[in-house]
Design a protein. Structure first.
Length: 318
């Protein structure tokens, strides 16, 4: 670890009111420090850096990241390291949408110490809360690439009164200063990808705020808010993410990858469920029967039985 970052790691230390260190982090800390990276712990977050070449990916935890308690790693860690890239992982101890003043100061200090400048390319990456972080801190590396799956643009009530899902996040940290509105900071990116489900009203409205000539919006209808798990089940998450992190993803490529959704049971069930909710049970059953000729799945069989039972006595769809 070089002297500037060794000094930073010593400067930023958790205080008496800090969130306790979560389990499962010992191994990744040893790896980072053993490879000449650094481990910087603040009151409510950790910056975990593994050196690499060609590109630095700054990845941000989401709300589910703490489910791993045996060997916890930064979000997207394995995919990033497999490319030989560097990874600065922002690991959460407290789910405050990265609004701890100490974390903000640490991120600025790391940028000023020259970490981003060491790499010819920088990408910021996350999903949901982590996607907000990726977009919100993009200004620390002007010209970077941002890959944001289902991002929030901010949680400030005055700006996004439609966002009522994460009230607890609003009550944590300082939402009055810098790094609070991703709609401003995302403009510093050379290319930013915002992937979202327009059928989720809040996500659609956040995406509308994350606009600009350098922003590529990729709507994924009926995928829900948890986009990476759906893309993983389709077998396209890795390719979609790498294209996005490299800044080479475009709408035609995304549509090519998304053709596989017709055989992804979670997606099929989401579409059929939406059709049933709109009163198109007969059409939903016909579509379910068509999919069933290609795929045998117990959840699909259960839906077909449910639709058939509901249609007995129903009027035909108009």
């Amino acid at each position: 670890m070089s002297d500037p970052f060794r000094a930073l790691a010593a400067r930023f230390q958790p205080g008496p009111t800090a969130t306790p260190l979560p389990p499962g982090l010992d191994r990744i800390r040893a790896i980072c420090e053993g490879e000449g990276g650094f481990w910087l712990e603040t009151d409510h977050h950790i910056l975990c850096y593994r050196p690499g070449a060609d590109r630095l990916v700054v990845s941000f935890d989401n709300l589910s990241s703490d489910r791993e308690t045996s060997f916890r790693k930064p979000f997207g860690h394995d995919l990033i390291i497999a490319q030989g890239w560097g990874n600065l992982g922002v690991i959460v101890k407290r789910k405050d949408w990265f609004q701890c003043p100490q974390l903000k100061a640490a991120m600025v200090a790391v940028a000023q110490a020259g970490l981003f400048a060491r790499y010819p390319a920088v990408s910021l990456y996350g999903s949901s809360m982590g996607a907000f972080g990726a977009a919100a801190f993009a200004g620390l590396a002007p010209g970077a690439v941002v890959l944001a799956y289902a991002p929030q643009s901010t949680l400030r009530p005055r700006i996004v009164p439609f966002e009522t899902r994460y009230r607890y996040g609003r009550g944590l940290g300082d939402w009055s200063g810098d790094f609070t509105d991703a709609a401003r900071s995302i403009r510093t990116a050379s290319r930013a990808y915002v992937l979202f489900d327009p059928c989720v009203p809040e996500d659609r409205q956040h995406a509308a705020r994350l606009a600009g000539p350098q922003v590529v919006q990729i709507p994924l209808r009926h995928f829900g808010h948890k986009l990476p798990p759906m893309l993983l089940r389709m077998g396209v998450l890795r390719e979609m993410t790498l294209l996005g992190l490299r800044g080479t993803l475009d709408a035609p490529q995304a549509q090519r990858l998304l053709r596989k959704r017709r055989d992804a049971i979670p997606y099929v069930l989401s579409v059929l469920g939406a059709a049933q909710a709109r009163g198109h049970a007969r059409l939903a059953l016909a579509a379910a029967e068509s999919v069933a000729r290609r795929i045998d799945n117990h959840r699909l069989r259960a839906l077909r039985r449910s639709l058939s039972a509901a249609l007995r006595g129903d009027r035909p769809d108009s």
